[in-house]
Design a protein around this ligand. Structure first.
Ligand code: GUN
Length: 314
C-alpha cells in the first residue's frame, strides 16, 4: 500500500470500493435482465426527517444507475401503523418487487418494529427482520444489514486481517452495532461490544486491532481510544455547524475552514481527526462507510431477486 506519510493512517477509500461493488452489481443486473428478470426495489419514506429524504433520493438514483427498477412510496406523515402495514402487504404480494426498504425513523405514532416485522423476510433488503437476524446468527444464507455488510466488504477488499483479531464495536444499535458484532464474530474475530454504560470505554477500545465506531457522537473517539496501528472504521456522520467546533476538531485545516465558510457546515464522524495520527488505517468522513451502505443495498436487492426467483447466487 502507498503510505507517503508514515505519521498518517492509510485511508480506506469507501468510494472506490463502493464503485467496484456497484460495477459488479450492474453486471449481475444485466445478466438477469437478459433472462427477462429485472430486480425491483421499493423504498417507503413516511417520515419527514430531512436527512432521510437525501438518503432515499440517493438510493433511488443508484438503483436507476445500475438498471434496477425502483419505486418510491411516500405515504403521508400522519399514516397509522395499520395504514403502513397495508402498504407493506401490497409490496409483499407484488412479483415485480424484490426488495422493500422502509426508511427509518418512522413518524412517532407508528410502531416501527411491527412494520419492520411485516416485511417479507425474502424481500427484507435491510436485513432487519427477525428471520434474517436469526439466519445471520446461525451463519445461514440470508439478507444482512447494509452498513455492517459494507464494512466487511471494505475490510476484506482492502486486505485487512479479521480472523483472530481483537475487534471492538462501540455502539449496540440494531442497525449497525449488533449485526456488525455478529458479522465480525462469523469472520472469526474476537469481538467486544461497548455502549454508553461501558466502564472505561477508552481502555476497552485501546485493546482493539479493529475498532468500529458507531456511537453517534461527533468526534467522541479520540486518539486516546486507539491502539497505535489499529484499523478504525467510522460509521458516524454529524454536521459541524459552529466555529468553536470547527476549531476544536479541525484546527489549522484550510480545506475544512473553506468548506465551512462556503456552506456553513462540514461533516465529521464519531472519530476525532487526531486518530489519523495513531491509527494504521482509517475510513474518512465523508467517503468512507456511507457509499458502501448504498452499494450493499443494491447488492442485497439483486441477491433477494435471485433467491426469491430461484436463480443461482454467484
Ligand atoms: N435510517 C438510517 N439508516 C438506515 C438504514 O440503514 N436503513 C433504513 N431503512 N433506514 C435507515
Amino acid at each position: 500500500m502507498n503510505r507517503p506519510n508514515p505519521m498518517q493512517a492509510q485511508i480506506l477509500d469507501g468510494n472506490a470500493v463502493a464503485t467496484e461493488i456497484k460495477a459488479e452489481v450492474a453486471a449481475q443486473v444485466s445478466e438477469l435482465r437478459s433472462q427477462g428478470l429485472r430486480p425491483g426495489l421499493a423504498v417507503v419514506l413516511a417520515g419527514t426527517h430531512a436527512a432521510s429524504e437525501i438518503y432515499v433520493r440517493n438510493k433511488v438514483r443508484s438503483s436507476e444507475q445500475l438498471g434496477i427498477y425502483s419505486e418510491k412510496l411516500t405515504p403521508p406523515p400522519s399514516i397509522t401503523t395499520a395504514g403502513l402495514l397495508e402498504v407493506i402487504a401490497e409490496l409483499n404480494s407484488r412479483n415485480d418487487i424484490d426488495g422493500i426498504l422502509v426508511q427509518l425513523p418512522l413518524p412517532p405514532q407508528v410502531d416501527s418494529k411491527e412494520v419492520l416485522m411485516a416485511v417479507s423476510p425474502q424481500k427484507d433488503v435491510d436485513g432487519f427482520h427477525p428471520v434474517n437476524i436469526g439466519l445471520l446468527s446461525m451463519q445461514r444464507p440470508g439478507l444482512t444489514p447494509c452498513t455492517p455488510t459494507g464494512i466487511m466488504e471494505l475490510l476484506q477488499r482492502s486486505g485487512v486481517e479479521i480472523a483472530g483479531q481483537n475487534a471492538v464495536v462501540a455502539g449496540r444499535s440494531d442497525i449497525v452495532g449488533k449485526p456488525m458484532a455478529m458479522l465480525l464474530l462469523n469472520a472469526n474475530a474476537t469481538v467486544t461490544v461497548c455502549h454508553s454504560k461501558t466502564r472505561d470505554l477508552a481502555a476497552v477500545c485501546r485493546e482493539a486491532d479493529l475498532l468500529v465506531a458507531a456511537v453517534g457522537r461527533a468526534g467522541m473517539i479520540t486518539r486516546e481510544f486507539v491502539k497505535p496501528g489499529a484499523t478504525v472504521i467510522d460509521v458516524g456522520i454529524s454536521r459541524v455547524t459552529t466555529r468553536q467546533d470547527l476549531e476544536r476538531f479541525f484546527p489549522g485545516n484550510e480545506k475544512r475552514a473553506r468548506e465551512f465558510a462556503e456552506r456553513g457546515a462540514t461533516l465529521i464522524g464519531d472519530v476525532h481527526p487526531n486518530v489519523a495520527e495513531v491509527a494504521g488505517a482509517i475510513t474518512p468522513v465523508p467517503g468512507g462507510v456511507g457509499p458502501l451502505t448504498i452499494a450493499m443495498l443494491m447488492a442485497n436487492t439483486v441477491k433477494a431477486c435471485r433467491m426469491r426467483r430461484g436463480r443461482r447466487t454467484p
